[in-house]
Design a protein around this ligand. Structure first.
Ligand code: NAI
Length: 248
């Protein structure tokens, strides 16, 4: 407890799923947590209330992470409301799967926009803040398929490979300023994104996982807490796979 005491975290796409778990685990460790989602709906209000119930400050911001302008506006507001940003978790993500021959330009652009450009938008916006603070931790939510590739997910896999390259580049560029950047590559995690898959597909996935279970959002969130905390003070430019030994 208290690993992130005194720090301010900003998590994108945290009304539900992995982002929500990251927000709550960080709050449990004492961080004040600002988070975004497309709207401040019932889910976002619940996440905000659950953060506050842990005795820290929490606030939801409605914003499309794919918009450069909106990302900058959110970061300005977070700095006004919370005074600083120590941790940025680029978590917002979508899938629009399809085989290459049938994938539309719109499917490609949407996934690259939400999954990859969003991270550029937020890193661009927090960089001056973190440079002035002389420190910060950036975490990009990638995926094992960003390393392995996946048939039917060319857009998604490319966006997640991009998240890894982006984290490595930021680690090199901003390391001298005390800013660390890492990626997390979750495997098959049980969230609303994956729950809608048919049982047969889920069973097939489970067979490929040596630990024989899907991960929980909390499994991923705990890795994010580690990377955000001073426990990882010399860990930068890395990709932490949270996948039950799948793909290793
Ligand atoms: P989810 O669909 O349950 O949650 C994603 C959240 O992001 C939702 O609250 C959604 O409203 C929000 N969001 C979507 N587009 C947005 C936008 N343009 N701006 C702001 N917020 C937006 O998904 P899940 O499973 O929690 O995934 C979270 C991240 O983890 C994603 O980046 C995903 O690609 C990644 N991931 C998930 C895995 C899984 O098995 N569930 C595996 C590997 C990576």
């Amino acid at each position: 407890m208290g690993l992130l005491k005194g720090k301010v975290a900003l998590v994108t796409g945290a009304a539900r799923g992995i982002g929500r778990a990251v927000a709550l685990e960080m709050a449990k460790e004492g961080a004040d947590v600002a988070f975004t989602d497309l709207a401040v709906d019932e889910n976002a209000k619940k996440t905000e209330a659950d953060i506050k119930a842990l005795g820290v400050r929490g606030k939801a911001y409605a914003s499309n992470a794919a918009s450069f302008e909106e990302a900058h506006k959110v970061v300005d507001e977070v700095v006004k409301d919370f005074g600083r940003v120590d941790i940025l978790v680029n978590n917002a993500g979508i899938t629009k799967d399809g085989l290459m021959m049938r994938m539309s330009e719109a499917q490609w652009d949407a996934v690259i926009g939400v999954n990859l450009k969003s991270a550029f938008n937020y890193i661009h916006a927090v960089t001056p803040v973190m440079v002035a603070q002389r420190g910060g931790s950036v975490i990009n939510m990638a995926s094992v398929v960003g390393v392995s590739g996946n048939a039917g997910q060319a857009n998604y896999s490319a966006s997640k490979a991009g998240m890894i390259g982006l984290a490595k580049s930021v680690a090199k560029e901003l390391g001298p300023r005390g800013i660390r950047a890492n990626a997390i590559a979750p495997g098959f995690i049980i969230t609303e994104m994956t729950e809608q898959l048919p049982d047969s597909v889920k069973e097939e996935w489970a067979k490929q996982i040596p630990m024989r279970r899907g991960g929980t959002p909390e499994d991923v969130a705990k890795a994010a807490v580690f990377l955000a905390s001073d426990l990882a003070s010399y860990v930068s430019g890395q990709t932490l796979h949270v996948c039950g030994a799948m793909n290793t």
